[in-house]
Design a protein around this ligand. Structure first.
Ligand code: F0G
Length: 458
């Protein structure tokens, strides 16, 4: 029997959710242009659109919120956050931002110049878009194992070290204003990166004098995988592992909406003082004064508490266990998923599940619509709708390797019975999968088109 460690918390507040009847689901999805981003959340039963900002805060976080200091400058809340960041991340400076992409925006505004390249294991879509928006070229250099959904590599999120060396050699380090790594690697399945790989990447960037920034949104889940899969870290605490990770970099962008279990917030941390001065100026222009960024004081307090709760080992064992539980259930049904299960989500290989739908008819999009119609479940496409882009040289489309659908699990929100509902929904879709139609775009924007696109079934 598949199981996972019971919740290391009990439920103090509940929110009613409603399972619409199959008939009641037809109208909202049609009105939404078959784009689940256009659905009202009232019309969704299990919302697996994202694990970002959707976690349940603890009693301690809510208590901290009541104690938020809303002073414009020098607020106590800022120093609470500073203490947590100092202890876990250890970077010399940071600025709070309203979320992760705001940190990316500041980093890219300050460092990306037109025509430069930014390597990463795999850029998340907002990072890719921020680089493109400044005229830079995002480059993904993840290991080849990552694009094989059946490959059981324990650190499938790793950077391909040889490719990185070759890429820097080719581009010239002077054309690479900074390099990144994303932990865990969201875009290819929430897969972790090993400490060994982070160490190697850091050594390469440092040798070439390329500043190294970590996209740290899910660093705690990544640290948990390092402890459990990298033998020399088995006896280390998660705090020790986190500190070691960040000691290898020059800074980090962080969306606190993930592993700090808050509904809004982020920060941009760094060691370089000049960069910090420039970041503060940019922050004041776009986000707010450096001791609150784009946030209220109370938000900073919630992050300060949440950073520690998100790094707690018994919580992470339950958390990663719940995600694996759903993954294993789907595998039992014969649903092709990215293996092994990731840290925050299960990624269904819609390309393999619906082989009769070609890439330009969006198999992932089809599965997302079916999940809603069949079970009132909201998932998200991470395939050609989100990631295909025009080749600037040939004008043709560059398609991503995989057509995935992500079932992201909010933190501390849903129970095992909810996971079972998702699995049952998928079982019913599997039974009639040959009959599922592809989709055609009726509207698409230039950047980040998946958020606003509209479709019709073919
Ligand atoms: N980097 C990664 C790896 C992310 O997953 C996200 C957000 C961001 C940066 C940007 O952070 O949303 O706070 O601005 N990911 C969310 C998701 C949206 O659903 O995976 P943000």
């Amino acid at each position: 029997m598949i199981s996972y460690p019971p919740e290391p918390f009990r439920i103090k507040t509940v929110e009613t959710i409603r399972l619409l009847s199959p008939l009641e689901r037809e109208e909202p999805i049609k009105k939404a242009g078959y784009n689940i981003f256009n659905l009202n959340s009232q019309d969704v039963y299990i919302d697996l659109l994202t694990d970002s900002g959707t976690g349940a805060m603890s009693d301690k976080q809510w208590a901290a919120i009541m104690q938020g200091d809303e002073a414009y400058a020098g607020a106590r809340s800022f120093f609470h956050l500073k203490e947590a960041i100092d202890q876990i991340f250890g970077f010399k400076y940071f600025v709070p931002t309203h979320q992760g992409r705001a940190a990316e925006n500041i980093l890219c505004t300050l460092m990306v110049v037109s025509g430069c390249s930014i390597p990463n294991n795999t850029h998340f879509d907002t990072t890719q878009a921020n680089i493109l928006a400044r005229g830079g070229i995002p480059q993904n250099l993840v290991i080849a194992e990552a694009v094989d959904p059946k490959n059981l590599h324990p650190f499938k999120g790793n950077m391909d070290i040889e490719k990185l060396e070759g890429f820097i050699q080719n581009q010239g380090p002077e054309n690479i204003p900074f390099g990144m790594i994303t932990i865990t690697n969201n875009a290819i399945g929430g897969q972790p990166v090993s400490m060994e790989n982070i160490r190697d990447v850091s050594a390469i960037y440092r040798r070439r004098k390329i500043p190294f920034f970590i996209d740290a949104c899910r660093y705690a889940e990544n640290a948990f995988f390092i402890k459990n899969r990298e033998p020399e870290y088995a006896d280390k605490t998660l705090l020790e592992i986190a500190k070691e990770i960040f000691s290898l970099a020059d800074g980090a962008t962080m969306s606190a909406k993930k592993d700090a279990i808050v509904n809004i917030g982020g920060f941009f941390a760094m060691n370089d003082e000049t960069l910090f001065q420039r970041a503060k100026n940019e922050l004041i222009l776009r986000e707010g004064f450096p001791t609150y960024g784009g946030l209220a004081g109370r938000d900073l307090d919630a992050i300060a508490v949440g950073l520690w709760e998100g790094l707690d080992e018994s919580y992470l064992r339950y958390r990663v266990g719940q995600v694996a539980y759903l993954g294993n259930k789907l595998q039992e049904l014969g649903v092709p998923i990215v293996e092994p299960p990731g840290g925050h989500a299960i990624y269904v290989d819609a390309g393999e599940m619906l082989p009769h739908i070609p890439k330009d008819s969006f198999p992932g999009q089809s599965l997302v619509v079916e999940l809603y119609l069949e079970g009132c479940v909201r998932a998200v496409e991470i395939g050609s709708v989100a990631f295909a882009r025009k080749d600037p040289k040939t004008g043709g489309m560059i398609y991503p390797d995989l057509e995935l659908v992500r079932l992201a699990i909010p933190r501390r929100v849903y129970t095992q019975a909810h996971m079972d509902h998702v699995a049952k929904t998928m079982a019913r879709i599997m039974d009639r999968r040959e009959k599922i139609p592809g989709y055609r775009l009726t509207y698409a924007s230039e950047l980040l088109r998946h958020f606003t696109a509209r479709f019709e079934p073919m």
